[in-house]
Design a protein around this ligand. Structure first.
Ligand code: ADP
Ligand code: MG
Length: 253
């Protein structure tokens, strides 16, 4: 199978300027995200995962290094107004805390990225209908987030992130607020949508059982990629991911 890099991160370093020395949150990080790939970023607390997602979402800028989207480098992507445009056109976000707009209905929340992009009304209706069916929430379309369970809210958030078929979806601990069974449902749904839509996704997690759903796992420590694992989609994955993660934890201790 031909692998196309949708995103290429090249020698990215991020130093937070603080009083004193400054904190190197990312240290010469390079990797690629392939089209249709679900890539998991695993690492201990403070290893640079959130910093990485912030940079890839153009919510902050790297100190040095490049981010190429579909082979294209835009040196202004981290400056406004280009950063806002980049986010709107290219990124879908899924958060741990769902982040739905409480005064909007399920269908209005899902439609929002399409509206922001100036999509025609007829097309919005058609796409939202299709998405509601894919996430299994047709019956809930006019309800407000507060009337839904956590799992249902995260389904809406996933629908909203994927509705525009963005080149990249970024997910930060997307099952962090859900119980085990609901997490399993959500991850299975995400995989199904990923396959159907050929969606490229980067998900940050500290949970080995979540990482087993990925196609590939990058292990971060101290702002660097210290290990990598390609999932075989067998029981071996859990064993290998746990083993690699434990090795990293042991070097910290
Ligand atoms: N805004 C900031 N200012 C200074 N240091 C920060 C800031 N954000 C994160 N850091 C530091 O950068 C490192 C990486 O943090 P982060 O990316 O949040 O890690 P993770 O998400 O893996 O827990 C940590 O040492 C953290 O304290
Ligand atoms: Mg974090």
């Amino acid at each position: 199978m031909e692998k196309n890099a949708i995103l290429s991160i090249q020698h990215v370093t991020k130093i937070y300027e603080t009083i004193g020395e400054g904190v190197k949150a990312l240290d010469d990080v390079s990797f690629e995200l392939y089209e249709g790939e679900l890539l998991a970023i695993m690492g201990t607390s403070g290893s640079g995962k959130s910093t990485l997602l912030h940079l890839l979402g153009a919510m902050d800028r790297p100190t040095s290094g490049k981010v190429l989207l579909q082979g294209h480098f835009d040196e202004n992507m981290f400056k406004e107004p280009q950063a806002t445009f980049y986010r709107r056109e290219n990124i879908g976000f899924i958060f741990q805390s769902f982040n739905l707009l409480k005064d909007l209905s399920v269908e209005e929340n899902i439609a929002l990225p399409l509206i922001l992009k100036g999509t025609l009304d007829e097309l919005i209706d058609e796409k939202v209908d299709q998405m509601l069916e894919m996430i299994g929430l047709e019956r809930w379309r006019t309800h407000r987030p507060v009337e839904l369970s956590g799992g249902q809210q995260q389904r809406v958030a996933i629908g909203r992130a994927l509705i525009t078929s963005p080149p990249i979806v970024l997910a930060d601990e997307l099952t962090g607020n859900l119980d085990f069974n609901t997490s399993t449902d959500i991850l299975k749904m995400l995989i199904q949508l990923k396959e159907q839509l050929n969606q490229s996704i980067i998900m940050v997690t500290h949970d080995p059982s979540v990482a087993t759903y990925a196609d590939r796992v990058l292990f971060f420590h101290d702002g660097k990629i210290v290990d990598e694992y390609t999932c075989s989609k067998t029981a071996e994955d859990m064993e290998m991911i746990l083993k690699k993660f434990k090795l990293i934890l042991e070097t910290v201790a």
